[in-house]
Ligand binder design. Sequence first.
Ligand code: MRU
Length: 328
Amino acid sequence: MKVNGKSYRTVWMEGNIVRMIDQLRLPHEFKIHECKTYLETADAIKNMTIRGAPAIGATACYGMAQAVSAGVSIDVAERELGATRPTAHDLFDAIGFFRKRYNGSNAAAVASSYADASVERCRKIGEFGQRLIKDGMRVLTHCNAGWLACVDYGTATAPMYVAHEKGRKFFVWVDETRPRLQGAKLTAWELSQCGIDHAVIADNAAGYFMRRREVDIVIVGADRIAANGDVANKIGTYEKAVLAKESGIHFYVAAPASTFDLEARTGSDIPIEERGGDEVAFIEGVRITPEGSKARNPAFDITPAKYVTGIITEEGILNPWEKPASLV
Ligand code: MRU
């Protein structure tokens, strides 16, 4: 994707340094963050300098390469990187990919091939998904499942970018997603860079616009998809799905095969990260709740498969109970 006219991936490796777009500074500052060791790379995932399921996966794979190239044992590297975030399945997919292909001397090549394959998966998601976006449509997306959440293209946004390239005119409602304001800060920034017409709305406003028939389709990403089609995604996704069903609006999930976890039978088997309450109690460093009020902060929720119209994958648009052919 282009930033001020220059092509970037979200994360890449040069020599033994992992570089990434610093997502904690967007949209106000565009800065490249450098990780010189695999522990710094693990920290960048943990503190969400980089985030989003496929981006976490690619970064972890680069981290594995950094570690083994510096003489760290592969088991130690896996332990550190695998403990960074619990929900995104791509993290474990990437570490597994690295372990399977690393032969003692090809670390950087294995990690680059994972990142390249991830880009290709998202590009294909865009190709399959673009046909859902017709001229004049109003698309709603939640959180950031954009190219910042991947290595390129995005998952939920990939169909939008391809439709845009094809010259289709459409509009995007961007949920801001408290507590981390990822729609407002990241998705709105991406769409602005690309020149796609959009408006940021408070999370609570989605139902209002759906009821007024101002939303034609919902497309979101996923952090993990269970064998029965239940979807873990950013907190608030479940509400959007229920509202969409109630309003007769199609609700699509866009995700690569690397996000499917067939060992999780249903959404109840998916570990949900609960983050610190301060993310709820503070905005940009300013407390907005009374001192002493407790806060809870689940980062993801589960949308039961019955609310999902289809899952846009790199292998085609699947019914929620279907699995990508490459996994079965
Ligand atoms: O907590 P995050 O920012 O890592 O969560 C990201 C999301 O929930 C995205 O919607 C999801 O990863 C889909 S990714 C393309």
